[in-house]
Design a protein around this ligand. Structure first.
Ligand SMILES: [Zn+2]
Length: 275
């Protein structure tokens, strides 16, 4: 019992600090590996975004799973289920006879297969619709995803340049510019690129924008690799959550503030990231 609780707590903590593109991709890969081919016996969801009959999914096979940005997708026949976990959602895969780890009241989606079951807790978004419709909407709303085969550095650079008057720290969180960047990646990307988040896009050189985009790609991949190896990402962090820490590059103090108007936790080294 004690062991189960400790495990549960550790999982929770790692999720609260990080549901960004790499986490979504790691979930999708795990679902793909464990549930592809499973024939669905029962689907339950607590969601208003159900646009096709759930009965149609019963008897069908789970074909695959993937992520786009922070969205996790399950493909079932010509339908898809989209999950967005935000801050507190999580997905668990259980053997059929295993009891649920969390109270039933928190279940937003349950898929029971022939051998395993998938349970999503607290996920704020569970959408069930035709596959084409879900993909079309995501492609319309989201910028390129550094972890997708369709990733394009050029497109990401163009998207940033569309907002000359915006602060770069604000714009790279915008999912229509680059999909999957969350607050941890945002802080770490700008630190590595040596760019101050308060700088306006118009004041950045082409080379700086290119650097931000290529670091977005490299760091997303690095985070994903750590996630898949079940390693903590903390050793990768130069600034995020390092309150009162010193810069690992120059030794200057790390400054913490809330960037306006997005009001997100922001950590910088004012020496490495000059205005
Ligand atoms: Zn520094």
């Amino acid at each position: 019992m004690l062991v189960a609780y400790a495990t549960f707590k550790r999982v929770q903590l790692s999720l609260i600090i990080m549901v960004e593109g790499p986490t979504a991709k790691a979930y999708a890969i795990r679902i793909r590996n464990e549930l592809s081919g499973e024939i669905i016996r029962e689907v339950f969801t607590k969601s208003k975004r159900v646009y096709i009959s759930l009965d149609n999914l019963v008897g069908k096979r789970i074909l695959s799973s993937d992520s786009i940005g922070k969205n996790i997708l399950l493909f079932i026949d010509n339908a898809a289920i989209r999950l967005h976990l935000m801050m507190y959602g999580s997905i668990h895969i259980y053997q059929l006879n295993e009891p649920l780890l969390k109270p039933k009241s928190r279940v937003r989606l349950l898929i029971r297969g022939a051998e395993k079951k998938l349970v999503a807790y607290n996920a704020p978004i569970v959408e069930v619709d035709k596959r084409d419709r879900i993909l079309k909407k995501l492609r319309r709303d989201l910028g390129p995803d550094p972890l997708s085969d369709e990733w394009s550095r050029e497109e990401a650079i163009r998207n940033i340049m569309k907002f000359p008057e915006e602060k770069i720290g604000v714009i790279i969180l915008d999912q229509s510019v680059i999909a999957g960047i969350g607050n941890i990646l945002r802080n770490e990307i700008l630190f590595r690129a040596k760019v101050n988040p308060e700088k306006k896009v118009i004041d950045l050189s082409r080379r700086e924008v290119e650097r931000i985009v290529s670091i977005s790609e490299e760091l997303s991949r690095e985070f994903l690799r750590f996630k898949l190896e079940h390693k903590r990402i903390k050793p990768l962090l130069f600034v995020y959550n390092r309150y009162k820490g010193k810069c690992r590059i120059c030794g200057a103090p790390i400054k913490f503030y809330m960037q306006k108007p997005i009001n997100r936790k922001t950590f910088i080294c004012e020496n490495c990231q000059k205005m």
